[in-house]
Design a protein around this ligand. Structure first.
Ligand SMILES: [Zn+2]
Length: 154
């Protein structure tokens, strides 16, 4: 492995993981004592598979909107550039089982959607660049492996 780097995930050996999984990528203690936890919500096995970009974009929109129906602790949900997963940033201490439950509930909401939220030129920077079908296929696959999410390493 290269020398220690600033970004937590750059110090993760991506050959050694077994996707899908949900893991704690970072814990940030703020000056006033608040804690933020960054979760790696990984859909695809790194360097072997990836999501199509329209699926990434539609999952991003759908998850970001639906998750806030279940939690007030969500700071952000954003895609990884490698198209293999997403980062979910939450207020609070790490709690992987509870976060997996939140992710599961939200993904079940996404499966039930009939359109991608805010997929238009007013609310998005590339409103035509979406696929609900591709998003749902990826979400179904992720949910099919729900019992494996807490096992990160192969
Ligand atoms: Zn967008």
């Amino acid at each position: 492995m290269p020398e220690r780097m600033n970004v937590e995930s750059f110090n993760l050996d991506h050959r050694a993981v077994a996707a899908p999984f949900v893991r704690v990528a970072d814990v940030k203690r703020l000056p006033d004592g608040d804690v933020l936890t960054k979760y790696d919500v990984r859909f695809c096995q790194p360097n072997r598979e990836h999501l199509e970009m329209t699926a990434v974009h539609s999952i991003e929109h759908s998850f970001a909107e639906c998750v806030r129906n279940h939690s007030d602790a969500v700071i952000d949900f954003g895609p990884m550039g490698c198209q293999t997963g997403f980062y979910l940033i939450m207020v609070g201490e790490p709690d992987v089982p509870a976060t997996c439950e939140l992710v599961e509930r939200t993904l079940r909401d996404v499966l039930a959607l009939t359109e991608v939220p805010a997929a238009n030129e007013i609310q998005c920077g590339w409103g035509a660049h979406h696929s609900l079908d591709a998003a749902r296929a990826a979400v179904s696959e992720m949910l099919a492996h729900r019992d494996e999410w807490e096992q990160v390493m192969a």
